[in-house]
Design a protein around this ligand. Structure first.
Ligand code: XMP
Ligand code: MG
Length: 201
C-alpha cells in the first residue's frame, strides 16, 4: 500500500487492521482542501488585523490536529496566522461529554478576523460545537471548520463543516496525528487500530 521507494514497514503496522488513507492519499486530499480554501478566501486575503497580522487565522486543537494543520497551511497560498488551543474534555473513556476545559487559549485576538478551525476528526461533534460557541462569542468576521475526517455515525450533532477531507468508518483510527494512549501519532498513514490493542484496557 505504501509508495514504491518508501519504507515498506512501519513500526506500528502490526497493530493496524486496515490502512484507510495512505500517505499519498492524505497529501493529495490535504492539497485539495488547501486549494479550495485559497479560492474561497482570496478576496479577503488583503485584510489585516489591527496589529498588522494576517486577517486569516488557522487554528488547530492540540495535539491530534497539529500534523494535519502543518500540512494544510502549506497548501493555502494566502497570508495567514497559525494559532493553537489545547482543551481537555470532561468525562471519561472514549466518549466525549461536550463540555471542554480550555487548557491553552489562543495567543491571538480573533475579533473581526476570518477563522478556520483545522480539526483532525469529527466524531460526535460535541467538542467542536462547544469550541465554536466559545470562539463565536469573540466576534470573528467568519468562522469555518476544515476537518480532515468525519466519522459516519448516528452520534453526530448538527454541525456545519465547510471542508471535509474524508468520511470515515465509525472505528477507532490512528496515525497522522491521531493516537491511542499517545501512540501512533507519527505513523504517516491513517488506519484502523486492531480492537485487541485497546480491548480490555
Ligand atoms: P467529538 O466526539 O467531541 O470528539 O467529536 C472528537 C475528538 O475525539 C477524538 N477522537 C479520536 N481520536 N481516533 C483518535 O485517535 C479516533 O477514532 C477518534 N475519534 C474521536 C479526537 O481527539 C477528536 O478531536
Ligand atoms: Mg484529539
Amino acid at each position: 500500500v505504501l509508495a514504491a521507494g518508501e519504507r515498506d514497514r512501519y513500526f506500528g503496522d502490526d497493530d493496524i487492521k486496515e490502512i484507510l488513507y495512505t500517505q499519498e492519499e492524505l497529501s493529495r486530499r490535504v492539497r485539495e482542501i488547501g486549494r479550495s480554501i485559497t479560492e474561497d478566501y482570496r478576496d479577503r486575503a488583503s485584510e489585516r488585523a489591527s496589529d498588522g497580522a494576517p486577517g486569516l487565522v488557522v487554528i488547530s486543537v492540540l495535539r491530534g490536529a497539529a500534523i494535519y494543520m502543518s500540512d494544510l497551511v502549506r497548501e493555502i497560498d494566502l497570508p495567514l496566522e497559525m494559532d493553537y488551543m489545547a482543551v481537555s474534555s470532561y468525562g471519561s473513556g472514549t466518549k466525549s461529554s461536550g463540555v471542554v476545559r480550555i487548557l491553552k487559549d489562543l495567543s491571538s485576538q480573533i475579533e473581526g478576523r476570518h477563522v478556520i478551525i483545522a480539526e483532525d476528526i469529527l466524531d460526535s461533534g460535541l467538542t467542536l460545537k462547544y469550541l465554536m460557541g466559545v470562539l463565536e462569542s469573540r466576534n470573528p468576521a467568519s468562522i469555518e471548520i476544515a476537518t480532515l475526517l468525519r466519522k459516519r455515525t448516528e452520534r453526530q450533532v448538527d454541525i456545519d463543516c465547510k471542508y471535509v477531507g474524508f468520511e470515515c468508518p465509525d472505528e477507532f483510527i490512528v496515525g497522522y496525528g491521531l493516537d491511542y494512549a499517545e501512540h501512533y501519532r507519527n505513523l504517516p498513514y491513517i488506519g484502523i487500530l486492531k480492537p485487541e490493542i485497546y480491548q480490555g484496557k
